[in-house]
Design a protein around this ligand. Structure first.
Ligand SMILES: CC(C)(COP(=O)(O)OP(=O)(O)OC[C@H]1O[C@@H](n2cnc3c(N)ncnc32)[C@H](O)[C@@H]1OP(=O)(O)O)[C@@H](O)C(=O)NCCC(=O)NCCS
Length: 149
């Protein structure tokens, strides 16, 4: 199947093991979430959680939270397995996640050094609005926002 045809599904608590495996490949030890946080993301009612799966392996994942009584939705995480990167899955997950968040403004934070993520966000219409100094174990976090039309 062509990667652009891979369907996007809601992730569920049963995906915990597969999500852990996915996270440990996509993120370094500092940035990978602990098991308890992954479980939280899979069970908390308001969270938008999306997965792309191939042969029971999660190849792409998105999680976001529509903030309560706010016009903001926040992207909590987005990741694509290295072997599947550069094929538009990140772009599709982000767009689908934004729609599901259903808020006029979407915000997120990423490492200053994360060129792939920054390019993904800028290409999707995000604009940098601030800096969280030292947010990632000493490295700055760049805050991005997108106003959804
Ligand atoms: C960031 C990430 C999710 C992008 O996923 P992806 O599926 O490779 O992204 P896409 O193929 O949809 O590419 C979308 C855009 O991202 C940018 N991009 C993707 N990979 C890139 C790379 N290696 N270098 C520079 N820009 C890159 C490009 O602008 C691309 O648009 P283009 O194809 O029109 O040039 C992926 O690199 C990843 O999972 N990284 C590790 C986890 C991570 O850092 N997540 C973000 C946390 S804030």
């Amino acid at each position: 199947m062509n990667s652009s045809d891979l369907p996007i599904f809601q992730a569920r608590w049963r995906d915990l093991k597969a999500l852990r495996a996915h996270e440990s490949i996509c993120f370094n030890q500092d940035d990978a979430w602990p098991l308890i946080e992954l479980f939280g993301v899979l069970i908390q009612p308001k969270i938008v959680r999306l997965k792309i799966e191939v042969d029971s392996q999660i190849v792409g994942f998105f999680a976001g939270l529509p903030l309560r009584n706010s016009e903001y939705g926040t992207v909590l995480t987005i990741s694509v397995l290295p072997g599947w990167q550069g094929q538009g899955l990140g772009k599709r997950l982000l767009a689908t996640g934004e729609t599901a968040l259903d808020r006029p403004i979407i915000e997120l934070t990423t490492r200053r050094s994360n060129a792939a993520a920054i390019n993904l966000y800028k290409g999707a219409g995000y604009v940098q609005t601030g800096v969280r100094e030292g947010y990632y174990f000493g490295e700055d976090g760049l805050i991005f926002e997108k106003h959804i039309r």
